[in-house]
Write a protein that binds this ligand. Sequence first.
Ligand code: NZQ
Ligand code: ZN
Length: 393
Amino acid sequence: MDNFNFYSPTEFVFGKGREHEAGQLVKKYGGTKVLVHFGGGSAVKSGLLDRVKASLEAAELPYVALGGVKPNPRDTLAYEGIELCRREGVDFILCVGGGSVIDSAKAIAAGVPYAGDFWDFYSGKAAIAGALPVGTVLTIAAAGSEGSGDTVVTQEATGLKRGAGSNHLRPRFSIMNPELTMTLPPYQTACGAADIMAHVFERYFTNTPEVEITDRLCEAVLCTMVKETPRVMADPMNYDARANIMWAGTVAHTNIVGVGRSQDWNSHNIEHELSGLYDCAHGAGLAVIMPAWMEFVMPHNPMRFAQMANRVWGCAMNFAHPEETAKAGIRCFRRFLHEIGLPINFAELGAKVEDIPTLVEKLGLGDGKTGGFVQLSSEDVATIYHIAAKAAL
Ligand code: NZQ
Ligand code: ZN
């Protein structure tokens, strides 16, 4: 196991009705003027936004509101949010929504104290040295942004989707009421499940030996998702299944399952080009890319894939030919994604084979290689897109 620091300062406030505590929590973490940030309308329709505002009013906290965050959040709204916060003297951002709202809030939080263009953080020109505090009321189990220091934003003018990260962006608190996820369309629930599993796989496929504890933690999250996702797809009002998935989503991405080991993240980077170009859901893009990436890199360490196949999907271990067990595990994963209603190839996602050169170019590897479980060249990435394009059960 490698040396590591694990820093996860967020207070998670979990369970039914906990959104009523939003005002008190903002106060506890020093907020005196709040930006309430939200998405395209689900939180308005469900009445959640009104409940959160009432909680701020009960705590005698003044606030301004900025809605309209789109899935794959845009830089344009973040610029607007930064101006609004400066003008109004906002000192705390409260997001009500999913990964997109939280990531947009984090962009605003980092941008307010920064003298330059906040996109510098996403283009790698500058590191985040400070940010306004952020709190969240989570409405979808998926991105894990409620516990992460990461943010992913799309530059409207170029379609470039890029990430930035800093411990300054880890939310002070995240309110997690599983009931709030019951209004999700089934497709979004499934996209969230794929993202949660992908966050674990990005950590599971490692070159670091002797990482039994994090292997087992990863497998626990994956087995939970394999069990609970079909339950929630069949019965969207199942509180216990929703609760298990919601906590799995956070555990998958605070990095508690990934410390002390090298990680991959190439599937995420390859996927971000799809959601950047087609504006598809991130989880749907991962459902197409991740099994294709697995097929491409599996020969690097068939035993690691065979272990996943055996422990997560219950495939019988073929010790003479572990690559056969490995392939069976990847097939199980793709079938699972299909059965919960997700696309598994380009046609089902709405992506085009002829766009592959553009996708590869946007990724920007040039003649270089990515890091990760297996280092990938531009040519390798193109091969993975081609495998994904024609994938079948
Ligand atoms: O905008 P509204 O009307 O709220 O609708 C949203 C949106 O259309 C809807 N929704 C959310 N909660 C709902 C609901 N509809 C009904 N009832 C509810 N309770 O669901 C749609 C998707 O929401 P979004 O926030 O986009 O989903 P998600 O949480 O999957 O976030 C995706 C974004 O997070 C990024 C992705 O790249 C993508 O841009 N990621 C962020 C990460 C991070 N910050 O750590 C890591 C991830 O790997 C990921 O890259
Ligand atoms: Zn993700």
